[in-house]
Design a protein around this ligand. Structure first.
Ligand code: 5GP
Length: 220
């Protein structure tokens, strides 16, 4: 039985789960919980030119780079997708980061904006699953942003200003969840992940498995 389980593990191609939400919706916490609960889900650490916030760790939350280093990645065509953020900083997803997981059947979670999601969908097609989290209300969103205490009032106003623009892209996503309760949202995403893992297109090695089954059937 173990041999069969191992064989089946090898036949799956990892999926790319892109989670997007307006700032303050609780996306970061949701992603942390998903990663904690399933060792087969990896986080795609993005490159950014913005400075680290308090508590953020280089190589864990982001790869924090200078503009010159970012330009070097661009010149090497090292990014799957990249974007100049409305906040004045630049962000990018490294190909090397993603491929090393997908090719060994591990799923990858991305924290990226709708523009990045669009680029990823164009480049990676069926490997990409997109999930949008809506805040329960705008009032609640402002309260969460202010309580987070990581941004200046000016940045909060800026973030609030572009929320409308962000929310207008909700209908480009495969799944949409209103993030009322953290536990419920995490459970819903886990169910999405389970379903997506079983899709035939992801189980790329099933052909070989079925061939073996047929051979076995003929021989028995
Ligand atoms: P923050 O500065 O608050 O960490 O992120 C700002 C925005 O940039 C968020 O919407 C976040 O999802 C997005 N972002 C983070 N990393 C990437 C990335 O690699 N690519 C793209 N396109 N967006 C990203």
């Amino acid at each position: 039985m173990n041999e069969i389980i191992n064989r089946l593990r090898k036949v799956r191609k990892g999926a790319m789960f892109i989670i997007e939400a307006p700032s303050g919706t609780g996306k970061g916490t949701v992603i942390k919980e998903l990663l904690k609960a399933d060792a087969n889900i990896k986080f795609s650490v993005s490159v950014t030119t913005r400075p680290p916030r308090e508590g953020e760790v280089d190589g864990v939350d982001y790869y924090f780079v200078t503009d010159a280093q970012y330009d070097e990645f661009l010149a090497q065509d090292a990014f799957y997708e990249y974007v100049n953020s409305q906040y004045g900083s630049r962000y990018g997803t490294l190909r090397s980061e993603v491929d090393s997981f997908i090719n060994v059947g591990q799923d990858v979670i991305f924290d990226m904006d709708w523009a990045g999601a669009r680029q990823m969908r164009e480049k990676a097609g069926a490997d990409v699953v997109t999930i949008y989290l809506l805040p329960p209300s705008i009032k609640e969103l402002r309260r969460r942003l202010e309580n987070r205490g990581t941004d200046t009032q000016e940045v909060i106003e800026q973030r609030m200003g572009i929320i409308l623009d962000k929310v207008s892209h909700w209908n480009e996503f495969d799944y949409v969840i209103v993030n009322v309760s953290l536990e419920e949202t995490v459970a819903k995403i886990q169910r999405i992940i389970s379903g997506e893992r079983m899709k035939r297109v992801r189980q790329v090695g099933l052909k070989g498995f079925v061939r073996e089954l047929i051979k076995e059937a003929k021989e028995s």
